[in-house]
Design a protein around this ligand. Structure first.
Ligand SMILES: NC(=O)c1ccc[n+]([C@@H]2O[C@H](COP(=O)([O-])OP(=O)(O)OC[C@H]3O[C@@H](n4cnc5c(N)ncnc54)[C@H](OP(=O)(O)O)[C@@H]3O)[C@@H](O)[C@H]2O)c1
Length: 293
């Protein structure tokens, strides 16, 4: 299933995420995903595994043009010239000569002028045909407003934390208003159960309402959540390094959730973010330098 972005480029709705996929596991995960039928991989300069993603794509035997490659510019590379050079680093590691989608990993709230300059560099890369689409991640409505007021190209995608316990309806509405596709990170709630990411979180994978819907369809909770994203028009990029779960997360095109089931999933929103607050300025992020290719 494909989604058409606001510049006419089509993108497979489901992609493989590789955040926290160790470099030595990443190539095999990408190979398994592509063998299963995935044609979209979501990586990032900050994940430290773009090289291994590129290796997995090459060893799949698929043509480069058959795989939609999405990656992200890290905040320490924001600024016009720095972001142009971030493209050199990303393509050098991936071993490709263009990217399908290049997005800004998050706003830099305390130096938004650098975020805007980074977006202007994305616009240059787009005009030069070095990326097919550009976008943002973790942008709240006020970040979008400020960005759109100072730039020329509306981002094609906004990738945000989005699972049944945190649905950010205000951000989704702002994206829709501007013609931006919402893409869900932690689409099956990884951020609600990853070890070391905070106490007292409820694991969305263990939610009884989701379990009941899953049972009714003979599907797993992860499959129900991914189907919910698809039926509500979102892109989702579930992460796994386990071949059986990679396949499970792609086996979602043969069932349909009812309107009531979709509504039941919507009521689970707690309004509480599990991941980092995009408005919090954190100096240590700028200290993390992205290595050259
Ligand atoms: N833009 C951002 O700031 C941002 C932030 C976070 C993530 N992301 C992107 O979004 C992607 C997905 O988000 P995420 O990695 O945070 O979380 P996620 O995809 O919601 O969940 C991944 C977790 O679920 C497990 N898992 C996968 N499939 C499963 C299944 N069918 N049943 C049970 N468990 C399953 C995985 O373990 P195994 O690997 O062992 O299967 C892993 O622990 C990332 O990889 C990354 O590409 C972006």
């Amino acid at each position: 299933m494909h989604i058409t972005l606001n510049n006419g480029v089509t993108m497979p709705a489901i992609g493989l995420g590789v955040f926290q996929s160790a470099p030595e596991q990443t190539t095999a995960a990408v190979e398994a995903a592509l063998a299963t039928g995935y044609r979209h991989i979501d990586t990032a300069a900050a994940y430290g595994n773009e090289r291994e993603v590129g290796a997995g794509i090459r060893s799949s035997g698929l043509d480069r043009s058959e795989v939609f490659i999405e990656t992200k510019v890290w905040v320490s590379d924001y600024g016009y010239d720095q972001t142009l050079h971030a493209w050199d680093k990303a393509t050098g590691k991936l071993g490709v000569d263009y990217l399908d989608l290049l997005i800004l990993h998050q706003p830099a709230p305390d130096r938004f002028e650098k975020t805007i300059a980074a977006h202007k560099a994305l616009e240059r890369l787009l005009a030069d045909g070095r990326v097919r689409a550009i976008g943002v991640s973790n942008f709240m409505p006020h970040h979008l407003k400020e960005l759109l007021g100072s730039t020329d190209v509306v981002p094609a995608v906004n990738q945000i934390e989005l699972h049944p316990y945190f649905t950010q309806p205000d951000v989704q509405a702002a994206d829709t208003r501007h013609g931006i596709l919402t893409q869900a990170w932690s689409p099956i709630g990884g951020i609600t159960f990853y070890p070391g990411w905070g106490q007292d979180r409820r694991n969305v994978m263990e939610d009884p309402a989701i379990a009941a819907i899953a049972q009714a369809h003979g599907k797993s909770p992860a499959q129900v959540m991914l189907r919910w994203h698809l039926q509500q028009g979102r892109s989702a990029i579930p992460k796994s390094t386990n071949p059986a779960r990679i396949a499970e997360n792609f086996d979602i095109f043969n069932f349909e959730l009812s309107t009531d089931e979709l509504a039941a999933l919507d009521t689970l929103d707690t309004g509480t973010r599990n991941g980092p607050d995009p408005d919090e300025a954190r100096e240590e992020r700028f200290a993390m330098a992205i290595p050259e290719a």
